[in-house]
Design a protein. Structure first.
Length: 268
């Protein structure tokens, strides 16, 4: 596995490989886990060259959010990436991605007005901008993202369509722990009792899915009401790029978790 830290270095590595080869990109913020592994392994199965990125993107964090304490362990992450089959790992600095004088931002309208967009103003502007930069640098044929961040995936799908990028966004089903909790880097923040409370979130979504689209949100809220340690931000049915999801965000202690289930439509 080759590690690059500058855009110029990564481009120099990838340019000779483009002809006749399919490139897959897995963009991450590090703190790699089994969900990222699923993305990398799917990219490995479908592409000739796999590029993964690790960049904790300050532009997608709000002023009161966890940018400074977001888990970082580059050595561990690099070892996992190599084990999973990544060919090229891109680990840029903030200055590399946002040089002095940077002032161009990507806004995807409509999809970003509600749910996470309403709860985290500016979040999707940061996501869309950094992902478009990565897409331009790597020029992949496919980019692999997780279903857990369903609204984010929909934003990237819409941006790709609207800007005529020669790229397919592949949305890979959520990977879950034995208790049903969606695997997330932020799960590391949870203490034992908080983890127990957090497990109510996937149970609520499962109840909602069983109830069907018309009653899904109500059924999920009823389950969440049984766990006082978990405070929902929203529970809502929404259509995102042709799929119908039941989406939820909730807080347990200082940790905010998001999750969803697909009610109608296929991911693949």
């Amino acid at each position: 596995m080759t590690t690059a830290r500058t855009i110029a270095a990564l481009r120099a590595e990838l340019t000779p490989l483009r002809t006749g080869r399919r490139l897959g990109l897995v963009p991450t913020m590090g703190a790699l886990h089994a969900g990222h592994e699923a993305l990398v392994r799917r990219a490995r199965a479908e592409c000739d060259v796999v590029v993964a990125t690790i960049f904790v993107n300050p532009a997608q964090f709000g002023p009161a959010e966890d940018f400074e304490r977001y888990p970082r362990d580059e050595q561990r992450d690099a070892g996992l990436a190599e084990t999973w089959g990544v060919d090229y790992l891109f680990i840029p600095s903030v200055e590399e991605m946002y040089p002095e004088g940077f002032g161009t931002w990507v806004e995807v309208e409509g999809l970003t007005d509600r749910l996470e967009g309403a709860a985290r103003p500016g979040h999707f502007r940061g996501v869309a901008t950094v992902c478009l930069k990565l897409f331009n640098v790597v020029r992949p044929d496919r980019a692999y993202v997780g279903q857990k961040d369903a609204q984010q995936a929909a934003v990237l799908e819409r941006m790709t369509r609207d800007l005529d990028l020669e790229l397919e966004i592949r949305v890979i089903p959520t990977v879950r722990d034995a208790d049903g909790l969606a695997i997330s880097s932020r799960n590391a923040y949870l203490g034992a009792e908080e983890r127990q409370a957090a497990a109510a979130l996937p149970r609520a979504l499962a109840a909602g899915a069983q109830a069907g689209p018309d009653e899904a949100a109500e059924a999920a809220l009823a389950v969440l009401a049984e766990e006082p340690r978990l405070a929902p931000d929203y529970v809502e049915v929404a259509r995102l790029n042709g799929r119908v999801y039941l989406l939820a965000a909730a807080r347990v202690g200082r940790t905010r978790l998001i999750d969803n289930v697909v009610l109608e439509g296929d991911l693949e």
